[in-house]
Design a protein around this ligand. Structure first.
Ligand code: G3H
Ligand code: 13P
Ligand code: ZN
Length: 330
């Protein structure tokens, strides 16, 4: 058993309490390699933001659980070396069963998502409760989910989203004892959050998505005053990265994300954790494609991963400062 406390990590309890009170959201950035982790830590230290390092099941097996544990420990030391001891949590994203949740708790994770959102309600309650009971013995915090997001989450994919039912949230939180709740109000995973038919187009032909269901978010807030709410699928899919990828040979048609103003609006409410993965993938891919296209003779990975890391850092710093509002809150 390796406790996250011995790795210098923190759980999400205090981060969330401060974020809900302060009207901002903690960034939860997915990572699976060193350059992403460096960019996240550099940006969060520079902007003095708390951060949740988020790892999916797929990312965990890609990086190796043992390497990941020491990468998280390294991230704590790295932040210290850069001059700011920001709060850092290590979080399992979309844990699908009790076994993976337990394995992560036993191996240094400070926070766990157990995602029973695709199960019938009573089974979701039972699974989530079981994970909470185990996690809380070690002071690990747990995120549950109600409602279904469209898109791909690890191996689980859903064609259609189902908004969270506000009438279920109190019962779910009370029965399971979760520390935070992920909800579905119109976001979805990946780079195509809406079909072109669901969007309008502006004068430049850019897709404009329909707004998030803020009415549902506000109803949930009323049912659970001050309770931490989580938004998944919150990448903005910046048009400049989509265009850069296509300019340098990629093909990613119909890409559309959640506008930053709407995320800023959500962060001012009970939403205190915002999950971003796809934007990191887009920024990195855009820069790698650009460098390799402009320098076809280049074969030193540092020469293309370095600029990708720099762009990632810029993007995360911007999100902390201008979208989530977490800058200066560490
Ligand atoms: O919610 C899904 C995340 O973007 C994780 O994606 O399973 O491909 O690592 P992944
Ligand atoms: P995006 O695909 O919008 O980045 O969502 C990431 C996410 O929700 C991870 O859990
Ligand atoms: Zn997610």
């Amino acid at each position: 058993m390796v406790s996250y406390k011995d790795l210098g990590l923190v759980n999400t309890r205090e981060m969330f309490a401060k974020a809900v009170k302060g009207g901002y959201a903690i960034p939860a950035y997915n990572f699976s390699n060193m350059e992403q982790l460096q960019a996240i830590i550099q940006a969060c230290v520079e902007t003095k933001s708390p951060v949740i390092l988020q790892v999916s099941k797929g990312a965990r097996s890609y990086a190796s659980p043992i390497l990941l544990r020491w990468m998280a420990r390294g991230a704590v030391e790295y932040a210290h070396e850069l001059g700011c001891d920001i709060p850092i949590a290590l979080h399992l994203d979309h844990g699908g069963d009790f076994e993976i949740a337990k394995d992560c708790i036993d191996n240094g994770f400070s926070s766990i998502m157990i995602d029973g959102s695709a199960l019938p309600y009573d089974e979701n309650v039972a699974l989530t409760k079981k994970v909470v009971e185990y996690a809380h013995k070690f002071d690990v915090t747990v995120e549950g989910e109600l409602g279904v997001l469209a898109g791909v989450e690890d191996e689980v994919s859903a064609e259609q989203s189902h908004y969270t039912k506000p009438e279920e949230v109190q019962d779910f939180v009370q029965k399971t004892g979760v520390d935070s709740l992920a909800i579905s109000i119109g976001t979805s995973h990946g780079r195509m959050k809406f079909t072109p038919e669901q969007c309008t187009r502006n004068a430049d032909g850019v897709l404009i998505p329909p707004p998030l269901a803020f009415d549902i978010l506000h109803e949930i807030e009323k049912k659970l005053p001050g309770f931490p709410i989580v938004l998944h699928g919150s990448s903005s899919v910046p048009i400049e990265y989509v265009r850069m990828i296509e300019q340098y040979g990629g093909k990613i048609p119909d890409s559309v994300g959640i506008p930053e103003e709407q995320l800023r609006e959500a962060a001012k409410s009970a939403v205190c954790k915002i999950n971003i993965d796809s934007d990191g993938r887009l920024a990195m891919t855009a820069l790698v494609r650009k460098v390799l296209t402009e320098h076809p003779d280049e074969f030193d990975p540092r020469k293309y991963l370095g600029p990708a890391r720099e762009e990632l850092k810029k993007m995360y710093a911007h999100k902390n400062k201008d979208v989530l509002g977490s800058a200066g809150k560490a």
